[in-house]
Design a protein around this ligand. Structure first.
Ligand code: B12
Ligand code: SF4
Ligand code: SF4
Length: 363
């Protein structure tokens, strides 16, 4: 029987979640002010989906008026490899820790579905959410006692440090809540100081349009020159603010990391066509960003590494079907060898129509 809150939490842990807690949904769970401030400052950039259902997102009871409680679950994804060591290997592409494994949407949803089925069998109404629904999971997880929102805005746990995925199961049942967590950042601001693009303008606020996770994953256009250098070799997501957090001393290495997704050479990645990209990243969240945005990131990393040996691959990408890829291939050639690049552009300009590419040639 899963009637009581203890049984529900216990069952979540049995199903393989690393932590779980309950939050009773009340009037205090309304983040309209914070969300509207974020949106009105344009901090969501091209993530229009954050704005379109802002009313539902700002308050779980707007998303589902019958919801009375939320079971918040967390899954640990800590790696035993050092992030800063990996980003110092400039000729290798850095894929963020969360992405070097099976897509967490699939993993968490499968377990939550099982739990939802069992709970629904007791006569309760349930709805489950992992990431993509208009639900603010981090403040809810804080309310359920799983951790607190650190100054980088992600949830930090005293048991697992920075490395937790979150999921939610909303129900119409009124359940006894677990005690909420409080803020343990104190005077620390290590995450704000280390951010390569200064994307954390104030504690607990993220300017997503400056964040390398946004630029490398969500944003599909030409990346502005001011962010290219700071990207270094981070070709999918960024972990600097998570990795520097002192609370990671409590992190516990997780299972399921795909070792072959570390140490990939940039030159090999620049050769990926669509089928090659899909097969390399099958099952991971990386596949969702698409080959073109990914290769764009690889080109930035090649320029940052000054990887002249990759000239043939980069030159070939000047003829890619995708204009953003061509624009970044041009920008990359200019960094690798400016005079050789000029000779190449002289041949290109006659056929090139895309203003983004022409802009990079003339920059
Ligand atoms: C949009 C999104 C992004 C965007 C924007 C991130 C952001 N901080 O908003 C981008 C693409 C940048 C992103 C990046 C990452 N993401 Co993301 N993302 C989301 C998503 C889908 C929605 C988040 C959201 O609602 N943002 C809107 C803002 C307004 O919300 P907020 O940050 O919670 O805002 C709070 C505070 O900032 C504060 N606040 C806001 N303004 C102000 C002003 C003042 C004065 C004060 C005091 C407070 C304050 O109040 C708000 C409510 O508490 C969630 C999943 C979900 N459904 O919740 C995953 C999620 C947050 N992402 C996740 C992950 C893992 C990442 C990355 C680590 C991935 C990576 N390695 O590249 C990075 C981390 C970057 C970072 N420092 O946040 C996990 C985080 C898990 C955790 N432990 O917290 C989530 C929960 C997905 C999941 N289901 O596991 N992400
Ligand atoms: S993920 Fe990277 S770019 Fe984004 S806030 Fe953290 S350190 Fe800055
Ligand atoms: S690095 Fe420091 S300020 Fe940032 S989340 Fe961790 S404890 Fe908080």
């Amino acid at each position: 029987m899963l009637d009581g809150p203890e049984e529900l939490i216990q069952r979540a842990l049995e199903l393989g979640f690393d932590d779980a807690g309950i939050v009773k949904l009340g009037p205090e769970h309304d983040w309209s002010e914070e969300l509207h401030r974020f949106l009105s400052l344009g901090r969501h950039g091209s993530m229009e989906w954050l704005a379109t259902r802002a009313t539902e997102r700002s308050n779980p009871r707007h998303l589902w008026p019958d919801a009375r409680s939320a079971l918040m679950v967390a899954a640990n994804y800590a790696s035993d490899h050092d992030v800063f060591d990996d980003i110092s290997k400039t000729e290798e592409g850095y894929l963020s820790v969360y992405a070097r494994r099976k897509d967490y949407h699939d993993v968490l949803k499968k377990k939550l579905r099982q739990l939802a089925r069992e709970y629904a069998d007791q006569g309760h109404q349930v709805k489950l959410f992992v990431d993509t629904a208009p639900l603010m999971e981090k403040p809810l997880a804080m309310g359920a006692g799983l951790g607190w929102q650190g100054k980088h805005t992600n949830l930090v746990s005293r048991k697992f440090g920075s490395w937790l995925f979150l999921g939610a199961l909303l129900t119409d049942a009124t359940l006894e809540p677990t005690p909420p967590e409080t803020d343990h950042c104190g005077s620390c601001k290590a995450c704000m100081d280390i951010c390569p693009t200064k994307a954390i303008p104030a504690p607990y606020e993220l300017d997503a349009v400056r964040c390398l996770a946004y630029l490398s994953i969500e944003y599909k256009g030409v990346i502005a020159p001011e962010f290219r250098g700071p990207m270094g070799n981070r070709i999918y997501g960024c972990d600097d603010c998570l990795a520097i957090c002192p609370w990671n001393k409590f992190a516990v290495t997780s299972h399921g990391e795909r070792g072959e997704l570390r140490g990939l050479h940039l030159r090999d990645l620049a050769r990926l066509d669509d089928p090659g990209f899909r097969s390399l990243f099958a099952g991971t969240p990386i596949k969702r960003t698409g080959r073109d945005a990914f290769v764009r990131n690889v080109l930035i990393a090649i320029a940052n590494a000054g990887l002249l040996e990759a000239w043939p691959e980069v030159e070939a990408l000047c003829d890619d079907d995708n204009g953003v890829v061509r624009a970044h291939a041009v920008a990359c050639l200019k960094v690798l060898d400016p005079s050789k690049a000029r000779a190449k552009f002289a041949l290109m300009t006659t056929g090139e129509q895309d203003v983004r590419v022409l802009e990079e040639i003339n920059r």
